[in-house]
Structures are given as C-alpha cells and as structure tokens.
Design a protein around this ligand. Structure first.
Ligand code: DHB
Length: 492
C-alpha cells in the first residue's frame, strides 16, 4: 500500500504551483522601483547635453516568462531631481513617453537612451528617446515577447497576445510606481511603428479591458490600471482579418509586385500568377460588405459606403486623405510637378487619377497579403499557439489553405489583436487622443486600414489626428517635432 505522507503533498503542491505559473516565480520581486539603483548618463544631442538617470533592465512583472525581453528601461531628466523644469514641465507634471520597439511581431528589446546597435536596420532612425527627453518627457520603454520565442522545451512563448499583454504589464508597472518617480503616469503617450504601431493602437483602444486580465494575472502584473492618455501609431499593421480584402481593394489590377529580400535593399519585379489574380478577385468581392457593416460617416454624417463594384463615398473619402496629403506637401514647398497624374489649379491640388496613383505606389505583397495560403507571413506565425507555430486567421485562408493539417487561430485571440473591436466597448477605457500616420507610399498594408481605423474612432467621438504623409514609405518617428507639439497640445 502506498502511504501518502505530508511531505509528498508538499512536493506535489510545489510542482503544481511551478507548472501553473509557467515561468520563474519570484515572490521577492516586489515591483517597486528601486529609486537608488540607477546610472547617470549623458549625451550630446543637437548641440545640447542631455543628462538623465537611467533605470535599466527592470523586471516589470512578478512571473516573467522570458527575462531577456520582459524588462523595461526608464529614463528621467536629471533636472527633475533638482527641482528644475523643462519645456514648462516639472517632476509632477512631465508626461511619460512610452515607445515600443516591436517590428514584424518579433520579440523586441526596450528602447535605450544610448544607442545600442543597428537593430532591424533602422540606423537612419532618429534617437527618439533622447529627443523626447530633451522635450522634458520621462521616457519608459518595455520589451515584449514576439512570435519566434521558444522556451528550452520548444514551447512557443511569444504568440499573440503575448506582446500586447507585456506592454500592458509595463503600463501597470509605471502606474503602480507613479509616486516613486518623476513623471505623471496619468499622462502616458504610447508610440510604435508598424507591428509596434499595432501595439500602440491596442494600448490606446483596450485600456483595462477584462479580456487581457487572465494573461496579466498569469504574469503577475502590478496591481494597477493599464489605460493610457494618448496613442501615436505609425503605419499600424492592424485589423489583420480584414486587411487581405482591403489590400486587394487597393491593388486589384496591379498584377506585378516588388519582391523584397528581408534585410537587404534588393527588390525584383515579379508577375502575379493566374491563381493569385483569382485570389485577388475573390478577396476584393468581400470588401464592400465589410466597409458597409461599419456604418462609417463623414463629418456631415453622410454614410461612407461602397457599391458591389467597390465604388462609392468611402473611396472618395480615402482619396480625400491622399489629396490633402499632396496639398500639405505642396504648402510645405515640395515640388510635385513630376506627378503627372495630379491636377493643380491656382497652386492648389484639385484632383488626382487614383489608378495612376496606385500604379506609382506599386504592389508589395501577393494575395492574400496577410493570411498567406502557404502560411509564410509574419501574421501566420503571430497567430500560432504554445504548440503550433503558424495558423490561419481568416475563413478564406483556412478554406483555401495549401498546408496539410492547417489550423485556425482562436476567435478570441484574433479579437484581442484587433483594436477595432474595442472601440465603443463600454468595458474598455479607450484613450481620447489619437495621432495616426501612414505614409502615402506605404504598401505594407493598404491605406484603407488606417483610414477605416481613424474614421471609426472619430465616429465614436474620439479626438483623431490622421494623415498620410506624402511620398513616404513604411516608416516611423520621422516627424518628432510635430509629434512633440501634438503631445504638448493635448497635455498642457
Ligand atoms: C511589419 C511589416 C509588415 O509588412 C507586416 O506584415 C507586419 C509587420 C513591421 O514592419 O513591423
């Protein structure tokens, strides 16, 4: 007979607790910022010396799953420890700028004040952290898990919704420590580009929503809220389950694409196959009913719809954003005379030929652009699970899959990666302030996606500054002066 002794129960309980937390359990990690554990750093930036206190590699949750990524850097102007003010802000009033470095849904390290390496080949990017510190903002940046991460047993640990959960845990850490440090955690402004722009849009849209609560509990996130004050989103790759049809609505008829080699400047022009052209025709047919289901309205209350051929006021609405983009460029002194398809009158942009405009943009992705039938896209991998690397996330992708044994992502997980579902949800504390930028030559997703998002937010009463900067490809952080002006205008 097996005798169950007390110490057997203790061992069993210990094993159960360890496996439940699925990470390193560290009850000593109190989540209080150690205010004496910092380094003084300084940098010459645009002719001035910026001196700050750097609190780096902070664990922002009690039970991290991947300590290489789930950590945060906080940078605070030294002036705030000496009772001084910068740009009209003090230790009490300074906003907290919260940039993430997520790209391609990959794991991302927190941003640093002293540039570290040539990450993601973005060396041409400005030092956003230094710039924002020079404006008197506190800067806090959290790392986040991403689609390729595995633990030593081969289990995937960074699939959706890991990245947004991590970034929310970072917000909770900052709010929990608000009284410990300079900066006002009720004035957090998030920022990110592309997949990072998607994360910023989710932080803005989904504040405190119960959907994310079990995941935050599992990480041992700080006991605090996670809504933010404002969101800057550069070219957010969002609304993924509708982005394929939107892409084809924009590029249907453009039957070549610019094939890129990731990480190199190499581009070759390749024809779409007959099969891909058919996929494009299938997908474009789904777009009007999606747009019409949103009941989008212009500023006069007119419904922005599409007929079954994909024409209508919504198309004019998107085109309107392109026209104002060209006008802004013209007003700022750009020479647009090489764009023969733009019509000018008396120094004003009055019209453009939309087909020529799309041809100038050029297609970058093959149909379906996001839910690849061979499951080769970053998004297929983002929608994997702990045991499955890649999945489909649209009905079209699933029914036309070319992969044996392909599976479909969970509906709830798809929802949790799409900010659209949380706009107007009374359980979400959605931020009032939005700044959305998507280059007018950015074809990583179609223009319709940010325009739909911005319009939907506007229609729900939010304050939205949406623009498509002229001739700009997929990029972010290119207009930091304007971004800081916007932050000052909503904070002060
Ligand atoms: C990114 C770019 C893409 O084209 C995409 O599909 C997903 C993410 C990015 O740059 O983050």
């Amino acid at each position: 007979m097996i005798q169950v002794k007390f110490y057997h129960l203790v061992i069993l309980l210990a094993l159960f607790t360890f496996s439940c937390s699925s990470g390193v359990k560290n009850e000593n990690n109190e989540l209080k910022l150690n205010t004496s554990d910092y380094k003084v750093q300084s940098l010459e930036y645009e002719g001035k010396t910026i001196s700050i206190r750097a609190f780096e590699n902070i664990s922002y949750c009690k039970y991290p799953i991947d300590t290489a990524y789930q950590k945060m850097n906080i940078y605070i102007p030294e002036a705030y420890f000496n009772g001084e003010s910068i740009n009209g802000y003090t230790a009490e009033t300074a906003p907290v700028f919260y940039p993430n470095q997520v790209g391609g849904y990959m794991p991302a390290k927190p941003a640093t004040f002293i540039p570290e390496d040539d990450r993601m080949q973005m060396s041409e990017r400005p030092n956003t952290v230094a710039f924002m510190l020079s404006k008197g903002y506190v800067v806090a940046s959290a790392g986040a898990r991403g689609r390729t991460l595995q633990d030593p047993n081969g289990k995937y640990t960074g699939k959706s919704p890991a990245a947004i959960v991590d970034l929310k845990a970072g917000i909770r850490y900052l709010k929990y420590n608000d009284s410990q440090m300079p900066g006002d955690a009720n004035k957090i402004i998030t920022n990110g580009t592309s997949a990072g722009g998607a994360m910023s849009s989710l932080l803005g849209a989904t504040g405190n929503h119960p959907d994310y609560e079990p995941y935050l509990k599992e990480l041992g996130a700080a006991e605090a809220t996670d809504d933010v004050f404002a969101a800057q989103c550069y070219c957010p790759i969002i609304n993924l389950e509708h982005a394929d049809m939107a892409y084809e609505w924009q590029f249907n008829g453009v039957n070549t694409f610019e094939k890129r080699e990731w990480g190199t400047p190499n581009v070759s022009v390749v024809d779409l196959t007959e099969e891909q052209i058919q996929v494009s025709n299938d997908l474009i047919a789904e777009f009007p009913s999606y747009v019409n289901s949103l009941n989008l309205k212009d500023k006069d209350g007119n419904l922005l719809t599409l007929d079954e051929d994909g024409n209508g006021l919504f198309k004019e609405w998107v085109k309107g954003y392109v026209l104002s983009s060209a006008q802004t460029a013209l007003d700022q002194g750009s020479d647009l005379s090489s764009f023969s398809w733009i019509e000018f009158k008396d120094g004003k942009v009055v019209d453009l030929d939309y087909v020529s405009y799309i041809q100038y943009m050029k297609r970058m992705k093959t149909p379906p652009a996001f839910d690849g039938l061979d499951m080769s896209t970053p998004e297929n991998q983002e929608f994997g699970t702990a045991s499955i690397d890649k999945q489909h996330f649209t009905e079209y992708g699933m029914t036309h899959s070319k992969v044996d044994g392909a599976t479909m992502a969970d509906e709830q997980i798809i929802k949790m990666l799409n900010p659209m579902y949380y706009i107007g949800d009374s359980d979400a504390n959605t931020t009032q302030h939005w700044r959305i930028r998507h280059g007018a030559k950015d074809k990583d997703t179609s223009l319709d996606i940010p325009v739909i998002f911005g319009t939907y937010l506007q229609n729900h009463g939010f304050d939205v500054d949406l623009a498509l900067p002229w001739d700009r490809p997929h990029s972010g952080d290119y207009d930091l002066v304007e971004l800081a002006n916007w932050i000052d205008s909503i904070v002060k």
